[in-house]
Design a protein around this ligand. Structure first.
Ligand SMILES: *Cc1c(COP(=O)(O)O)cnc(C)c1O
Length: 382
């Protein structure tokens, strides 16, 4: 048996311990301040964090909530759709996008994605519209905006609200043909995001938020996330108990300060992968949409000819962890069998599930580690 090489230092998909170690004094201070104030629910840090994130995202309203899945649920609740209304959703996404619609008694209508960017195919959205369509949910997958130009035009033309699931693309922006530039999540009627620890802006636990440019809608979302109350013990609507903990908000304020530098670091890692891997046969690097910036929540290759699993196994043996987002398209999940979709209906999503492989891309990945990863991929391909 041949001896496999080993990395210069242990490589992780994500190194949260090291990221947090560098921020420890500020994180400690946030924790101590929260303990001292003892306002654990709706404490002052929540509004401060919401204001700071809103400013970072070009002046949008931010309504914090308990997690990114609740954010999707709250977004749909705010639209007041009739029971059974159809919600158009990409077939290649994290299950939460679908879950929110299904739980509310709405009908998920899946459409295929584009083979280059992994994002929802606007032509497929247009073809899926019916008089019963209540919303279009786009997901900015892996850190790059879906085709917001086309999606916004379709939404406007048909009077159907666009929801942007921005759990993976916080801080990405999109340039419209008009020259106007907007942040992901601030284009449609409502945007949502997640502060799950592994997201680009991660809490030390669960967290999420809704984004909207409309102050009245922000007010409504705020109510919905707080038992539908307009003031304490006065309930206008059936809502949720879905709040961002004060402690998480305080910690997120610290982490938000690092977000621009971390995004820049992710982009630098991606640029090095691009340069090193673009010419390799049998493998496709992530396609860039020139109108969108990319925040590289994931750096995702496509590996053809059934060799994806083999490459993943080889890298694992060489000490390089990788992940498959996502191994099964949502229509193939047992929970969503009731929707009645069949294998073959979303060929791009189905192929991506067989071909995608995400490489380590965290802000603290060293040049040496990355060189090692690239060398291993080259030696596999040759
Ligand atoms: C993470 C994620 C969510 C869900 O966020 P949670 O905070 O884990 O509930 C929803 N959609 C997408 C695309 C995600 O990546």
């Amino acid at each position: 048996m041949s001896i496999l090489p080993a990395p210069p230092s242990p490589i992780q998909l994500l190194d949260l311990a090291a990221e947090h170690a560098a921020l420890q004094p500020a994180l400690n201070e946030a924790l101590q301040a929260t303990l001292a104030e003892a306002a654990f629910i709706q404490g002052p840090a929540v509004q401060r964090f919401a204001a700071e994130l809103g400013e970072y995202l070009g002046g949008t309203h931010v309504v914090p909530c308990a997690n990114g899945t609740d954010a999707l649920t709250l977004a749909l609740m705010a639209l007041d759709l009739p029971a059974g209304a159809e919600v158009i959703i990409p077939a290649f996404t994290y299950v939460a996008t679908l879950e929110a619609a299904a739980l509310l008694g709405l009908k998920p209508v899946l459409v295929d994605v584009l083979p280059g960017t992994f994002n929802i195919d606007p032509a497929a959205v247009e073809a899926a519209l019916t008089p019963r369509t209540g919303a279009i949910m786009a997901v900015h997958l892996f850190g790059q905006c879906a085709d917001l130009e086309a999606l916004r035009a379709i939404a406007t033309r048909h009077g159907v609200p666009l929801i942007e699931d921005n759990a993976q693309a916080i801080g990405a922006s999109f340039r419209f043909a008009s020259g106007e530039t907007s942040y992901a999540g601030a284009v449609g009627a409502i945007g949502t995001t997640s502060f799950f620890p592994s997201k680009n802006l991660g809490a030390l636990g669960d967290g999420g938020a809704l984004l909207t440019r409309d102050p009245a809608r922000a007010q409504l979302l705020y109510q919905l996330a707080n038992h539908g109350q307009s003031r304490k013990y006065h309930h206008q609507r059936i809502g949720l108990n879905s709040r961002l903990d004060t402690l998480q908000a305080a910690l997120l304020r610290v982490k938000l300060m690092r977000l621009p530098a971390n995004t820049a670091a992710r982009r630098a890692v991606a640029a090095r992968y691009d340069a090193a891997l673009a010419a390799l046969p049998g493998l496709r690097i992530p396609a860039r949409d020139e109108r969108s910036t990319h925040v590289f929540h994931q750096y995702t290759l496509q590996i053809a000819d059934g060799r994806r699993d083999e490459l993943q196994q080889y890298l694992k043996q060489c000490g390089v962890p990788t992940m498959i987002y996502y191994p099964l398209p949502v229509h193939a999940q047992p929970a969503y069998e009731y929707l009645g979709y069949r294998t073959g209906q979303f060929p791009v999503a189905e192929r991506l599930c067989r071909e995608v492989l995400s490489l380590p891309i965290h802000p603290l990945l060293t040049g040496e580690q990355q060189e090692y990863i690239v060398e291993r991929i080259h030696s596999f391909s040759n």
